[in-house]
Structure formats: structure tokens, C-alpha cells
Write a protein that binds this ligand. Structure first.
Ligand code: TMP
Length: 254
């Protein structure tokens, strides 16, 4: 059997040539990195959970009319996606201060912001994905003003959707990152949500306890990342059947 062609390998995913032109297969690895690759580990089951969770969020977004690159999940670790031209920006939406914003402005993590804030980092590992003003985005040609306006509107729709879904299962969406891609049709393009949406790229806090259920568990050595992601998947009803969650206490079965 011919080996399929690898198109790109990132820190958490691999992209392979898809079965038809304009498609790719996105494979979710178990690798976790933080601090731009400074901290690395392999976390058993993370890829399986993120594949399911990203499918869940992307499908839900399509259901409310937000276009995404997602076509269908193929198996435990792979999904079929549309090939897109990635805009070199990390589009970050924040509802509460945390992470780099809290540090930069000396704010207490968890402080609610007056309104959601959309910000951009330039996707460049060598530079550490620096925060950039909107003016750079257009001036350096990473996106047109029209694209930029559309990106902000997509990001806010994703935020409304994600905040609502997470709130329904007792989780506060603190912030998240998405990537946006272009799909070309002759001289025209449309923008779609690409890459992944998973606890790797969101901050998720339990509403009652404040417990972190996202990649900060790994970044800050707060316990088991698999347990945190499994809890998110369990609450959303998308726990893959062969990723078994081991509760700390025995459960009484009536
Ligand atoms: P930050 O507080 O480190 O700037 O991150 C804001 C949010 O964006 C947080 O949910 C993590 C996510 N994010 C990524 O997923 N990848 C990245 O490269 C960056 C900079 C942030």
C-alpha cells in the first residue's frame, strides 16, 4: 500500500493529503507543548479527546451558520477537513483576564472584562507569536480590512456559541484562540474557522470551583491533563467509549 503524503507536521497535529483534491486528513497527536515548545510531554489519550471535542465544536458552529474546515471525523484520531490557506494570525478572544493579558496588565486572573476583547498574535514560532495591533494585519498584508472585519465578527460568533455551550455544562469560557483559513473559488475567497477548537486552545474553568479544565493544567503542573479533558468531554456527552475515566472514588450503582 502506498504511504500517504505528509503535508505538514505541527506540535499537536499532522496534516496528510486527503482522498480528494482540496481535502486533507488532520491527525491529532498525544504530544503537548507549552511555552513555544520549551516544555514537552506525551499525554496518553489527548489526541483522541481533542479529535472528538474539535468535531463537536466545529459541527455545532456549522449548525449555527459559522463555516468551518471540518467535513467529518474518520476515526479515533483523524478527521477529514477542507484544505485552506491559513491566515498567519492567532485570533484570541478574551472574556476574563488570564494568561498573557493578566501578566501584561497586572490584572488578577478571572477578572471579568467589560466586554469580549478580540486580539491578534502573528503566527511565527521563531518570534514567539507576538501580539500585534490590527493596523499591522492590514499594513503587512496578512489580511485585508474586509477580511479583518469578517474575522472579528466570526470570532465573536464563535465566542457566543462556545460561551453558551460551556455555560450549559457548568464551565466558564475564559478565553480561546482560533485560526481562520481562506477557501478560494476562482478570484473569490470565503473565510472559515480552521485548525482545531479544543481545551488545548481555550481556557475553561469550572463555574462552581474555579478548577482549570484546559491546557493550563499542563503548563502549570496542576495535575492530570487527560482527567481535565475527559471531564470536559464527559460533560458535553462526547466521551469516546474506549477512553475510560477512572473516578477517584467508587461510584454506587443502584
Ligand atoms: P495567552 O493568555 O497565553 O495569550 O493565551 C490566550 C488564549 O489563547 C489561551 O486560551 C490559550 C490560547 N492560545 C493558543 O491556543 N495558542 C497560542 O499560541 C496562544 C498565544 C494562545
Amino acid at each position: 500500500m502506498a504511504r500517504r503524503k505528509k503535508i505538514y507536521e505541527g506540535k499537536a497535529k499532522v496534516l496528510y493529503e486527503g482522498p480528494e483534491p482540496g481535502t486533507l486528513v488532520q491527525y491529532f497527536k498525544d504530544d503537548a507543548t507549552a511555552g513555544n515548545g520549551a516544555k514537552k510531554a506525551t499525554i496518553d489519550g489527548k489526541g483522541v479527546l481533542n479529535n472528538r471535542l474539535s468535531e463537536f465544536f466545529m459541527t455545532g458552529l456549522q449548525g449555527i451558520g459559522v463555516p468551518t474546515h471540518f467535513i467529518k471525523r474518520l476515526n479515533m484520531r483523524e478527521q477529514l477537513i477542507r484544505q485552506v490557506e491559513i491566515i498567519p494570525l492567532e485570533v484570541i478572544v478574551r472574556n476574563y483576564a488570564a494568561g498573557s493579558m493578566a501578566k501584561r496588565l497586572g490584572m488578577e486572573e478571572g477578572t471579568q472584562l467589560p466586554r469580549p476583547i478580540v486580539e491578534f498574535s502573528y503566527k511565527n514560532d521563531a518570534l514567539g507569536d507576538p501580539l500585534v495591533p490590527e493596523e499591522y494585519v492590514v499594513t503587512f498584508g496578512w489580511a485585508s480590512q474586509q477580511d479583518l472585519d469578517d474575522i472579528v465578527s466570526i470570532a465573536l460568533r464563535v465566542n457566543d456559541f462556545m460561551s453558551g455551550v460551556m455555560h450549559g455544562v457548568g464551565i466558564r469560557l475564559i478565553d480561546f484562540k482560533i485560526e481562520i483559513g481562506r477557501i478560494w473559488d476562482n478570484d473569490y475567497h470565503r473565510l472559515v474557522v480552521a485548525d482545531e477548537i479544543s481545551p488545548d486552545s481555550c481556557r475553561l474553568w469550572d463555574i462552581e470551583t474555579g478548577q482549570k479544565l484546559d491546557k493550563d493544567v499542563f503548563r502549570r503542573d496542576l495535575g492530570s491533563l487527560t482527567d481535565a479533558y475527559t471531564e470536559v468531554a464527559r460533560r458535553l456527552g462526547v466521551l469516546p467509549s474506549n477512553v475510560t475515566h477512572r473516578p477517584n472514588k467508587p461510584t454506587l450503582i443502584n
